[in-house]
Design a protein around this ligand. Structure first.
Ligand code: GUN
Length: 292
């Protein structure tokens, strides 16, 4: 078994992006500027947005964090999105999800200018992705593909089973892995809460991707010998042995699954850092697309 180490792979990407920034500086060009909107105080979202800002600092991008209280009205948030769309100093921005229940996530996502939508969540970018046209790819699926590519994981002709059909991970990933591309050319099965015979389906997977947010959902008896396992789960579970009282847990029972597979992503340190690296790649691309 080999670890698919997202921290090391993402560090390589950050170094490449830092070189691109230095090159731009030398040529007197604009430095990419990412803005992030964070609503509320959810611990997970705070950590993720903090990591995004930190990655910007490491690479040399500019970043702006905009925070609102949980109770922010939808129209205030929408007005901010419109202002960022118009702000020429901002090359790309994200609105960290989930948002509080009184805010319509789709409305907010659709209000973002597709040219600044570095999360790749806008319907225009998702449509471009389906048609294999230029646009922004959603950060987590793109990060998973980049992780596989940079670690020479063969995908062509493989059976790939994805568990979870979310708009931001499972559904776009199923399309990206089925495309005629490298990575891609998989035969994809998108499993979900209504899937029957899940164990039987998973046992046929050369590549098994778990993205449902249920700790230890994928057990060793669901995994074929030699499979590649990608774990997208990041649930906080109680851990009183740690000062902070919790740790992150993936969707895969790592200890029992790892001995059976050829490659596996750890949690933390697998998909998470790659999601952030993809966002950084998209931010540089957003600025280059403007011809700046
Ligand atoms: N919430 C969970 N993953 C993501 C992500 O990739 N982007 C944003 N904006 N919110 C998220």
């Amino acid at each position: 078994m080999q670890l698919l180490d997202g921290r090391i792979t993402a560090e390589g990407i950050r170094k490449e992006l830092a070189l691109a920034v230095q090159e731009r500086k030398r040529n007197g060009k604009k430095i990419p500027h990412l803005a992030a909107i964070l609503v509320g105080n959810d611990g997970g979202s705070l950590t993720y947005v903090g990591a995004k800002v930190k990655a910007c600092d490491q690479i040399g991008f500019e970043s702006t964090l905009i925070r609102y209280d949980d109770s922010v009205p939808e129209d205030i948030l929408l007005a901010k999105v419109h202002a960022l769309n118009e702000d020429k100093s901002i090359d790309g921005f994200i609105v960290q999800l989930p948002l509080p229940a009184h805010i319509d996530e789709l409305k907010i996502t659709q209000a973002i200018d597709p040219k600044k939508d570095v999360d790749g969540f806008h319907p225009v970018n998702l449509g471009n992705m389906v048609l294999n046209l230029p646009g922004f790819l959603p950060a987590t699926p793109a990060g998973i593909l980049e992780l596989m590519k940079r670690n020479n994981i063969e995908t062509e002709g493989k059976n790939c089973v994805i568990i979870g059909r979310s708009n931001i991970v499972g559904t776009p990933l199923s399309i990206m892995l089925g495309r005629n591309a490298n990575p891609g050319n998989c035969t994809v099965t998108l499993a979900h809460s209504r899937t029957q015979n899940l164990q039987e389906i998973c046992l046929k997977a050369d590549i098994l991707i778990a993205a449902i947010g249920q700790p230890d959902f994928v057990t060793a008896d669901m995994v074929r010998e030699g499979a590649v396992i990608i774990d997208v789960g990041t649930t906080r579970v109680e851990d009183l042995s740690r000062a902070r009282g919790w740790r992150l847990k993936g969707d895969v029972d790592f200890d029992n699954v790892a001995p059976k597979c050829s490659y596996i992503t750890p949690v933390p340190g697998g998909v998470g850092p790659m999601t952030i690296a993809s966002l950084m790649i998209n931010t540089l691309k957003a600025m280059e697309l403007k011809g700046k």
